[in-house]
Design a protein around this ligand. Structure first.
Ligand SMILES: Cc1cc2nc3c(=O)[nH]c(=O)nc-3n(C[C@H](O)[C@H](O)[C@H](O)COP(=O)(O)OP(=O)(O)OC[C@H]3O[C@@H](n4cnc5c(N)ncnc54)[C@H](O)[C@@H]3O)c2cc1C
Length: 390
């Protein structure tokens, strides 16, 4: 089926997208509503996707990946989201999330030990960046790695780690020393002595997360992912996660938009379809304009980032535009559905809840705007209070 953007895609990419759509319609569509209300990570879907070659799309074939492009992964995530929004989480986890940072920096030995079950859809990996006192100001994190023989002892607490209730492996940001330069990361396995997970808590989006507690957890040197000075590298790879988050936000908005469009064509009030009221038409016009602008920027940056990690400025622009457009679309869709939109009977409220979360997760809208402003003015603006003049 032709879309507005086909001229931006290669023939292979169009074929790939259509094949993903066929798979999603055959295997995921029937349970889309039910799946949206299940709190656990859908490992059953992950195994199916692994069989379809939809995990590790951008990763080298030598590592067990598909050797594809970032654009392929974006096409996969939005095509799946169009059919079964919840299943797009699996594409995120298997291509854009901490797995992507892991593959970027892991040693051959680390890949050999951890990658196969992740790419087979039999396990998941979570990232622990945020802490009770370090959210937007993530470089204030306090979790420490203290030298212990040839390895380290880790102490600290992490919050909001997505999929942590189900994950087997954790990529933990921590500090080896003071300042931004002291930050790096390690890999910690579920069940390691001194590592406990708190009671699962639920996001408004419906998925569970746990607080992570590390008390003198031993980390062998083989499980250091990035040592001191690793923060910039980690954030560079995290920009990929942000693009996955952007693509999902936009795709969830589009999913809700499509439901609302069908509804507006069939639901009649005052003796005519909703679509015939100008007040409703203008909602769709404004949503369409915002979504198409965000979509173009997403594809533009994804194409550019096929060869290198996306820049912070490009990523911030995409995330801001997609998060705004996705939530705006879902919110207007809810309004168009009236009372039905505010029930669990359709996926509109699910898309709305999830799209709202991405305005906070992975760098909030405000933090993205701070980054965009730095690009505009060509200089950094410290968010810290000014130092008293000597
Ligand atoms: C759905 C979801 C999934 C998440 N998944 C993960 C995960 O897997 N791993 C993980 O580590 N974390 C995760 N997070 C946490 C997320 O990264 C943080 O919530 C986010 O960085 C904001 O931090 P905070 O919640 O502490 O808010 P705060 O940093 O306390 O910010 C509160 C408000 O102040 C604004 N603000 C803060 N600083 C500034 C500034 N300088 N200028 C303007 N406004 C500012 C923020 O934008 C926000 O609106 C997730 C969060 C959500 C909602």
């Amino acid at each position: 089926m032709e879309s507005l953007y086909d001229d931006l895609l290669t023939e292979e990419q169009i074929m790939f997208r259509d094949a993903v759509r066929g798979f999603a319609e055959r295997s995921l569509a029937a349970k889309a509503l039910e799946r949206a209300h299940e709190p656990g990570f859908p490992l059953d879907v992950a195994e199916m996707m692994a069989e379809q070659g939809l995990l590790g799309i951008t990763m080298p074939e030598a590592d067990g990946g598909q050797g594809g492009t970032l654009m392929d992964a974006i096409l996969a995530i939005e095509t799946v989201a169009a059919v079964c929004p919840r299943s797009a989480d699996v594409i995120q986890a298997g291509n854009f999330g901490p797995i992507r940072t892991f593959v970027e920096y892991a040693t051959e030995d680390q890949k050999a030990r951890y990658l196969a079950p992740l790419l087979a859809g039999k396990a998941t990996i979570s990232v622990g960046m945020s802490e009770p006192e370090a959210g937007s100001a993530v470089t204030d994190l306090k979790t420490t790695a203290t030298p212990d023989g040839n390895g380290f002892r880790v102490n600290g607490t992490k919050v909001f780690s997505s999929h942590s209730a189900d994950s087997n492996l954790f990529l933990i940001y921590l500090r080896y020393g003071p300042g931004v330069g002291g930050i790096g990361s390690v890999l910690i396995e579920r069940g390691q002595e001194g590592f406990t997970l708190g009671r699962p808590s639920r996001y408004v989006g419906g998925d569970d997360w746990c607080q992570l507690y590390f008390e003198n957890v031993r980390v062998e040197p083989e499980n250091v992912l990035l040592g001191e000075g690793g923060f910039k590298k980690q954030i560079a790879a995290f920009n990929i996660e942000r693009l996955g988050n952007s693509a999902r936000a936009l795709a969830f908005g589009r999913h809700a938009f499509n439901i609302a469009r069908d509804h507006a064509l069939t639901r009649e009030q005052f003796g005519r379809p909703l679509a015939e009221f100008q007040g409703i038409q203008w909602k769709f016009a404004e949503v369409a304009a915002r979504m198409e602008a965000a979509q173009l920027m997403l594809y533009r940056v994804a194409r550019k980032a096929d060869k290198e990690l996306p820049s912070a400025y490009d990523t911030a622009l995409v995330k801001y535009l997609c998060n705004e457009a996705g939530f705006f679309a879902a919110n207007e869709a809810m309004q168009v559905l009236g009372g039905l939109g505010y029930t669990h009977e359709s996926l509109v409220e699910y898309c709305w809840r999830r799209a709202r979360g991405w305005q906070i997760a992975g760098g909030s809208l405000e933090v993205m705007k701070n980054r965009i402003a730095e690009g505009v003015f060509g200089r950094r603006f410290s968010q810290r209070p000014p130092k008293p003049k000597a």
